[in-house]
Design a protein around this ligand. Structure first.
Ligand code: SAM
Ligand code: SF4
Length: 329
């Protein structure tokens, strides 16, 4: 039973948010004071998370699982959840999106448990900009986490960077030079209207076109030959390769037509799109003795309401009620 929508897209890539909590306060994601976290009893247990992943893999054609949050490394059961997910299927792609705080300690255990790769969020390699953006003085920990991921073989280690006007928008070339030097694959992501504070504005956003222009002032970029498929990043070879840089132009060049993703929130709601205005509750089913088949059916139905695009440019666009940290980026 594929997770198909009414526009011919089939979801095979499951993003699982393991918590809405986080130890950073990135300004494009959360307010300084944090948010009202989900009550503990609402959050799926490790067994519930693994059961939903199993249903996704065994019955619904899920081929890739990415753990995210909030910050997934703050979830105590993470290594065990990864191990149990790996036991479901040796061929499954299993990855993690993380701010890398603490990764220096957990990277070897995660790799041993069966994690394939990590994406680390890092917007700057300057201490002052890092402190301004994340409101925490933890750059050294992130850099140590990145190295530990590379040493543990969680490769290719990808870095996701968001540029903010007036804060780090002049740092794209230095970040790329540094990433190439360290063997990390850098991708720039356009800032999206998913912050809890609703501060995003299209006029303030640093666009993919601007980012390319800034990079081209220092590097020769040529479109990479490998087909993009459903990958959101447009890839460019840097100075003739083999190094590459990715640009994820979610806002100015949306890739919704090729979307193969579905999301599960930490409290057991299916979201068929980052920008969905509705969710489908699987937690209640999980906790009321529903069979695997019944849960799978609910999940299939949840996909039918997936809209053709995120509609950020529509005058009627409404930001989703939940911020990125509660959806799972
Ligand atoms: N805490 C982990 C991290 O930062 O990697 C995982 C969750 S975080 C919500 C996932 C990704 O979403 C990060 O790469 C972060 O930069 C990105 N993100 C958060 N808010 C965003 C926004 N408003 N626009 C674009 N990307 C955003
Ligand atoms: Fe935390 Fe990730 Fe949001 Fe930053 S982007 S506040 S690290 S959840």
């Amino acid at each position: 039973m594929p997770l198909a929508d009414r526009y011919g897209r089939v979801a095979t890539d499951l993003r699982v948010s393991l918590t809405d909590r986080c130890n950073l306060r990135c300004s494009y994601c959360m307010p300084a004071e944090g948010l009202d976290w989900l009550p503990g009893e609402d959050v799926l247990t490790d067994d519930e998370v693994v059961r939903l992943i199993r249903i996704g893999v065994e019955r619904l054609g899920i081929r890739d699982v990415r753990f995210t949050g909030g910050e997934p490394l703050v979830r105590r059961g993470l290594v065990d959840i990864v191990r149990r997910t790996r036991e479901l299927d040796a061929g499954l792609g299993i990855s993690l999106t993380t701010n890398a705080l603490g990764l220096r300690h957990t990277a070897p255990a995660l790799a041993a448990a069966g994690l394939d790769r990590v994406n680390v969020s890092l917007d700057t390699i300057r201490d002052d900009s890092f402190n301004t953006i994340t409101r925490r003085d933890r750059l050294t920990d992130v850099l140590a986490g990145l190295e530990a991921a590379r040493d543990a073989g969680l490769t290719p280690v990808k870095i996701n960077a968001v540029l903010l006007r007036g804060i780090n928008d002049d740092q794209a070339p230095e970040l790329l030079a540094w990433a190439i030097d360290h063997g990390y694959h850098l991708r720039f992501i356009e800032q999206m209207p998913l912050d809890a504070q609703h501060d995003w504005s299209r006029a303030q956003m640093v666009t993919a076109e601007e980012i390319l222009e800034m990079l081209q002032a220092r590097f020769a970029l040529t479109p990479a030959v490998e087909p993009r498929g459903s990958a959101p990043a447009e890839l460019f070879e840097v100075d003739g390769g083999p190094a590459t840089v990715g640009i994820i132009a979610s806002v100015t060049r949306p890739f919704c037509g090729d979307c193969d993703r579905v999301r599960l929130t930490a409290d057991g709601q299916v979201r068929n799109c980052l920008f969905a205005r509705q969710e489908s509750d699987l937690r209640t089913a999980l906790r009321s003795d529903a069979t695997d088949e019944e849960i799978a059916q609910r999940w299939v139905v949840a996909m039918l309401g997936k809209r053709p695009g995120h509609g950020i440019d529509d005058p009627s666009f409404l930001q989703p009620d939940r911020p990125m940290s509660a959806i799972g980026g």
